[in-house]
Every structure is written in C-alpha cells, then in structure tokens.
Design a protein around this ligand. Structure first.
Ligand code: FE
Length: 541
C-alpha cells in the first residue's frame, strides 16, 4: 500500500500568505510549495500505479515430504521437505498479503509415500502447502491417467492444465486451463500447460493411453487471447524441456539448460512470467527472453523461489524485479506443525511396508548419469536375475531417483530409488539397433543406460552424438550388428521412453508383469550382505 501520509505537505488552508509576492502575485515560498506539491502529486500518482507483488514458486517437488540429505548441497545438513516450505509460505503471506505461491508440476514420484498411495498422500499434503495454483507435470501420470483425475479431484488448490485432452475428444483431461487472481489491484491470469515433447519423452506409454497432449504453443496463444482483455499480467506455469540429471553428485555432466523455456517465450509473446519445471535446475538469475521473465527451482523441495515484482499499471509492464533462490536448510526453518501432522499420518499408515529390511549393503548405492553406478549395476543385475536366460538387462539412469545409504536396505528405500510401477519387459533386438540405443545413452540427453554384469560399453564424449561408442562388448565378445540379442528392460524404455525410440524396433516384445522394485527386492533378499561394485561396465574413454 502507498503511504499517503508521506505526501501531506504543510500548506496554508486559506491560500493566504504573508510572504512578499512576485509580479504574478505568488510568493516565492508559495511557488516552491506548489512545485513541491506537484512533484508529490506526480510521485503519488506514479506510486499508486506501481504495484508490488511477491511470487513464491517451486517445481518438481517429487513427493519429498521430508527434509533429506542432498550430497551436493550439504553432506550433513538436511534440506527441503513440505513442513519447511509450508512454514516459509505462511510466514511470507503473513508478512505480505500480496503474495502468491505457485508450483510448476511433478509432485508425484519420489519417496514411497507417493507410489504406495498413487499420489493421494502428496495431494493431501499439498492441500496444506499454501498453494494458490499449480500445474500438472508428467509424473502426475505415473500411476495412470485415470488415477491422475481421481487424485486431482482431492486437491483443494487450483490445479491447472489446458492442453492434455482425453484421447480423440476436445475434452480436457483436467478441465481447468487458467484462472484469474487479483493481487494488490493487479489482475493476474495464471495458465497451466505441459509441453508435448516433455510429456511423450518421459511418461510410460501404457499410463497415458487415454489422453493426448496437443501443441502447447497453440493453446498458449489461445489462452493469452482469452485472458488479455481481462488481465494486467500473465503467468505461465509449464512443465517442459529435457529431464533433470539423476546422479548422486548433482554433476552438470549433461547439458542442462532452459532452452525450451526460452524457445517458447520467443515463439509466443505475451507471457510476463514463466515458472517452469522438468530440467531440475534452478535459475538463480532469471532469464529474460522476448520480454518474458523465466524462473525455475531445483527439484525435490530443496529451494523455494521468491520473485518480487513491481508492476506499473500506467505503463502496463513489470518495471523491476528481484529474485532469490535459497536452499531450505531444515535447521534454519521451524517446521509447520499442521504439515508435520499430515506427514506423520501417512508415514504411520505405510510404516509396515516401508520399514521392512531386505538386505544390508556394505557401501551406499549411489547414482550417475554418465557412467555406471553402484545403484545402476544393482538394478540391472536384479532385472537379469529375474530372467537369467536372457543375454543382458539395461535400465535408464534417469529412472534412479535416490541413493540408498550404507547398512540395512528397506523396501521404502528401494521404492524411493525406483519410484515407478514399471515392469520388466522381454525383447529381442538386433546388434545394430542395440548399438543405436547405446549411442542415444552416450549422447547424454537422457543419461547412459545402466547395464547388467557382462556388458562393457566405452564411449568418447568428445565425438559427435551418434558416433560416440568406441567399445561395446556383450559377454566378452564385440556387439555383433547381425546377431539377435535377448534383452530385458523396463516397459518404459521398451516403449521408447527417455528418447530410446529404437527399442520400438524390437523383434519380440513380452511384458512379464514383474515390477522392477519387486525384482530388486527378490534379488537383494538373496544377500545377507550385499557388496556393490564398480566393474568398468560403462565408462568414458
Ligand atoms: Fe521432474
């Protein structure tokens, strides 16, 4: 609010002055007062037009209800968790009523509380986060498109999407493309969309059979047209781009950027602010493209973004902004008690399943996006162990979402490590097609394939994408282009997920129905003590 008190200037109410007059009949003092008044009135008008709005934002929360260790942030201090976000949001809103909290999707898929409740617990917790709106991310479809509708119905905050349709119809899967909020006298249109590429790149085919995503640019233009006459500002919440790196070290070993965000802003003018999700890489200094401010946080609740904007009603534009992206260290934030109660309720319900110990590992099972990892080796070996007559097994690095600590390995940790209901699929593929598959991995857009024992892949990152594999041996022999190999992988990859489209050329395809988490459980149960090893299976030259 503008403080009008500041502009009350002492002035003779009767307009009479006892000071000497100039030839126009004004005293010098009176003239000064008039000019001061004019300046003040001008400033008052200008300030009345200047509206400050505080926008809090997150994306890719991925069910991390609780604070956790993210090794590349701190090896000792936990970060994130819903109780910390809720506490910060409440404090910000209490301090400034002109505050919005928005989220750019991917709330499901993470710790077991998501898989075991098919997202229900996450929506329940999000109801207490203080959200003003959120958009739908690809992982909201991990447990099927019908389940997504069932869970979205339980949301008490507006969930937005305007370009995912029920297949073959003009009916939106979730009929809520945008909303309008009035904050500090500024009418704000908030649109929710999902990029078509990102959706089909990262969602398991069978989970989205009943829906189709249509070109986000077409729908963005349509909704801007509809909103423009009724709003001052337009905010887009969108999930787009290339998926986030999944590795223990958080290395930027893959080109991770927000190019799709920038391309969209350049292609479709009219968005003032874009809050984006999917690349799992926070933008500390907002990117501005074609007049659109682009912001995004890292994943897994570790950051709460805060963008303060000044909007000038007269000029009809954002005149200044300040952005902050701070880690939410658990020891710096007082947990929100209401959220703690929600989390406890769900933890208590699931404890019997999640706390079951399967094995003991002598070293932490860690992950990598660009070379073999202790986790990747274990998962691929577990898949092969389920069907040992096959030649080998592969799994995508992007599907491995959380490390497993040294010591007892619980069912909960296995689900957190692989939080998808993916099942093992049996394939028969030519050596030539497999070579292309390994090349896609070595391209590092979606991470390398983690492989089972007996596979050796060496690649040269300095060579062009598509020509990077310098060695590929299966059971000690060079991969033979002409031969047919019997391969095991997840249904997600078998259906061409993460850009591994060549899997679709398979000569044989059989779904086994055995969930990968179950295969991991069965495999690890065979070991009282499991000793993970790095064997040079996938390495850089
Ligand atoms: Fe994500």
């Amino acid at each position: 609010m503008v403080n009008h008190q500041l502009f009350i200037i002492p002035f003779a109410r009767d307009g009479q002055s006892k000071l000497p007059m100039d030839r126009h009949g004004f005293t010098f003092m009176k003239r000064s007062i008039i000019s001061a008044l004019l300046v003040a009135l001008f400033s008052l008008t200008a300030l009345a037009q200047e509206k400050k709005i505080n926008i809090l934002y997150t994306n890719d929360l991925h069910s991390h209800l609780e604070p956790h260790i993210v090794p590349w942030v701190s090896k000792t201090r936990q970060v994130g968790g819903f109780a910390n976000i809720a506490a910060r949001v409440k404090a910000e809103k209490a301090a400034n009523p002109h505050t919005l909290y928005l989220d750019a999707g991917d709330s499901f898929a993470g710790p077991p509380v998501s898989s075991l409740t098919k997202g229900e617990a996450i929506i329940d917790a999000m109801n207490s986060l203080g959200l003003d709106a959120g958009c739908v991310g690809n992982h909201e479809f991990d447990y099927g498109w019908q389940n997504a509708i069932d869970q979205f119905k339980k949301a008490k905050f507006p969930l937005l999407n305007g370009n995912i349709f029920l297949k073959g119809t003009d009916q939106l899967h979730w009929n809520n493309p945008y909303l309008i909020r009035n904050i500090n006298g500024v009418r704000i249109g908030i649109i929710g969309l999902h990029e078509k590429f990102a959706f089909y790149d990262t969602v398991s085919d069978e989970m989205i059979r009943g829906v189709e995503v249509r070109d986000e640019k077409v729908y963005l233009r349509k909704y801007i047209r509809e909103l423009k006459p009724k709003t001052d500002l337009i905010i887009l919440l969108i999930h787009l781009g290339i998926p986030g790196t999944q590795s223990t070290g958080g290395e930027k070993d893959v080109v991770r950027n927000h190019q799709h965000d920038i391309d969209l802003a350049n292609a479709v003018p009219g968005v003032d602010l874009m809050i984006t999700g999917h690349p799992h890489s926070g933008i500390s200094e907002p990117v501005v493209a074609n007049g659109t401010i682009i912001v995004s946080t890292d994943a897994y609740t570790i950051e709460l973004g805060k963008l303060e904007i000044s909007y000038d009603k007269r000029l009809d534009r954002i005149t200044s902004y300040k952005n902050r992206l701070n880690y939410l260290f658990d020891d710096e934030v007082e947990d929100d008690p209401q959220m703690l109660a929600v989390i406890k309720k769900w933890n208590d319900k699931l404890m019997d399943i999640t706390d079951r110990v399967v094995s003991n590992t002598t070293a932490p099972l860690t992950r990598s996006y660009s070379v073999e990892s202790l986790m990747g080796n274990m998962v691929a070996d577990a898949i092969l162990d389920a069907f040992p007559t096959f030649d080998f097994a592969v799994t995508n690095s992007g599907g491995l979402r959380q490390d497993i600590d040294m010591g007892p390995v619980t069912v909960g940790e296995l689900i957190a490590a692989f939080p998808f209901p993916n099942t093992i699929t049996q394939l028969e593929m030519t050596g030539r097609d497999l070579r292309q598959i390994f090349e896609h991995g070595a391209g590092l857009t979606n991470g390398i394939l983690q492989v089972s024992r007996g596979v050796e892949v060496v690649y040269d990152e300095s060579r062009p994408i598509g020509q990077r594999i310098v060695k590929c041996h299966i059971k000690g022999l060079p991969l033979d282009d002409q031969r047919t190999y019997r391969v095991l992988t997840s249904n997600f990859l078998a259906d061409g997920g993460d850009g591994f489209l060549t899997f679709k050329k398979t000569l044989f395809y059989k779904r086994t129905g055995l969930e990968i988490v179950q295969a991991m459980t069965n495999y690890l149960r065979k070991f009282n003590t499991f000793t993970p090893t790095i064997e040079g299976r996938v390495r850089k030259q």
